[in-house]
Design a protein around this ligand. Sequence first.
Ligand SMILES: [Zn+2]
Length: 170
Amino acid sequence: MSTSDNPWIDFPKTRPEKGLVEWRIPSLAVPGMVVLVAAHMRERGAGFDTVLSPVFDYWDGYRVFVPAGLRWRKAGLYTIRTCDEKVIGIEGLDVAPCIYCGKIPEIQTYDQRSPHQSGAWRFQCCSWGITPTMKDPREIEKVRRKAFSRAARYTCESGDAAIATRGEEK
Ligand SMILES: [Zn+2]
């Protein structure tokens, strides 16, 4: 589903119906970062009322709050329990495939219930591809790409050395 036929909608203007939705949530923990998650709109008890709201809402005992700047759109195909959230991505962040297993790693957070409040992230694919935990996943990707380009340079250098050695043998 491309962005043009499935545009983001401002939550305060139009609210989604009950069911699975894709969300665009500005992070409260990492300035300038926008977290993309899939999570349900579901009914919840709010005082004497039942209201329809996203699973990552916040109930202060009086009102139900959602994060500022919240947007949503139709969800793709995901299997997610009503109480869970799945991190789909970080806006503007293109995660390179792992140089060991070739897969795009999963973006994980320790705060699965509210990724938009999390300042602890890591990427994981294979056991060689697991990254340390950092506050900002965009920084993790910078470090990965630097390491990958260094690894690629070593591969080229060893290739040149092999050619030089063969030349000397003549
Ligand atoms: Zn890997």
